[in-house]
Write a protein that binds this ligand. Structure first.
Ligand code: NAP
Length: 362
């Protein structure tokens, strides 16, 4: 029996190609993984009536670890995003987004090594919204006025920003535990508590309380989100592990990805108390479907994170080192990396040839 069983959701668009490349590389490390392949997305709607059938969620629950390719969110079909639905169904409250420099990616910065821990379940992403012109909005506006809490223009739309003690405590604790387990020295909590006293203020208060438990083991600081963005651009080396509420986490993690070369190389994971779903940050890039062109680096670095999570740290490190070697050399790379480095796609190789080059370096 294989040592690990992992649910593999290939996704659509470029998903099947980049997950094939990823799987070949992971298998070549020698780590024994049995891949349980299940499909989700628009392609299964006809058969199961939903893009996220129950058996997919069950497979992730059973195996506890899944890795996926991107899945297209069809516009105007009424189905919500499979990715969001999966996160909700499994209460994957951590969005882990490392951003680190790799030579050969054309990144503007050289020595970035940041881990972003984004809260994944609440804040403005809770999905509690009231449409402009609706009776609910009128009622809400009257209620706010009656409380003496403020005046809202009648032609407003309203989105709620709930931030809880429970949600804040578990994400901040996760960030500190991650720092300890991975030899990281500092956690920075990011907020706008000077303005948003009851939501971000709560997040900051809870972060400080949890940080006190780790005093002497992991350093703690807090920063306001706008100053954080400037700081990241000016001196990214000041940051180590960052923990953020959902919206700031979304924005700041893309900023951090931009510092190190963009979404094509940005790995990610959604992690809960019981299960973890690993996925790259980028989407399904539909125009490259089936063309053996897409860059699988983000998917492969995502697999390196997964190997770490499975306790296969050595294999994860080897994958990372092999990716760094191939990108550093710059000869056997996909069109996007060639274009960034040389201004032309001449000499680029396909998805699988790039994977072969990584396998040769393992
Ligand atoms: P996208 O798929 O990330 O692609 C945008 C552009 O980024 C591509 O045209 C390509 O640019 C570049 N790119 C992205 N991944 C690449 C790769 N692996 N290799 C090379 N180039 C890559 O973004 P999108 O077009 O906004 O989204 C497409 C679909 O994906 C949407 O339905 C969206 O909802 C979905 N999506 C899914 C996930 C997920 O499953 N987790 C995440 C995000 C988006 P160039 O043509 O300039 O080279």
């Amino acid at each position: 029996m294989a040592k690990h069983t992992v649910t593999l959701i290939p996704g659509d668009g470029i998903g099947p190609e980049i997950t094939t490349a990823m799987r070949r590389i992971v298998d070549a490390t020698g780590v024994e993984i049995e891949w349980e392949v299940v499909d989700a997305g628009e392609g299964v709607v006809e058969q199961f009536g939903t893009p996220l059938p129950d058996h997919v969620i069950e497979a992730v629950r059973r195996n506890k670890v899944a890795i996926k390719g991107p899945i297209t969110t069809p516009v105007g079909t009424g189905f919500r995003s499979v990715n969001v639905a999966l996160r909700k169904a499994l209460d994957l409250y951590v969005n882990l987004r490392p951003a680190f420099s790799i030579e050969g990616t054309g990144a503007r910065y050289k020595d970035v090594d940041i881990v972003i821990v984004r809260e994944n379940t609440e804040d403005l992403y809770a999905g509690i919204e009231f449409e402009e012109g609706s009776a609910d909005v009128a009622e809400l506006i009257d209620w706010v006025a009656a409380k003496g809490a403020g005046t809202i223009r009648p032609d407003s739309g309203i989105s709620l920003k709930p931030i809880s003690v429970t949600g804040s405590a578990r994400i901040v604790r996760w960030a500190f535990e991650y720092a300890l387990a991975n030899g990281r020295s500092k956690v920075t909590a990011v907020h706008k508590a000077n303005i948003l006293k009851y939501s971000d203020g709560l997040f900051l208060r809870v972060a400080r309380e949890i940080a006190a438990e780790y005093q002497g083991r992991v350093e703690f600081e807090d920063r306001i989100v706008d100053a954080t963005c400037m700081g990241l651009v000016l001196r990214p080396e000041d940051f180590d592990v960052m923990v953020l509420p959902n919206l700031y986490g979304d924005i700041v993690s893309d900023l951090a990805a931009g510092l190190v070369g963009g979404l094509g190389i940005a790995p990610g994971a959604n992690i809960g108390a019981d299960c973890a779903v690993f996925e790259p940050v980028h989407g399904s890039a539909p125009k490259y479907t089936g063309r053996d062109m897409a860059n699988p680096t983000a998917e492969v670095l995502t697999a390196a994170l997964m190997l770490q999570h499975l306790g296969e740290r050595d294999a994860g490190d080897r994958v990372l080192a092999a990716v760094k070697a191939v990108l550093g050399e710059g000869a056997t790379v996909t069109y996007d990396i060639k274009r960034t480095n040389t201004g032309s796609t001449d000499g680029a190789v396909g998805t699988q040839a790039y994977a072969d080059a990584i396998i040769a370096r393992l």
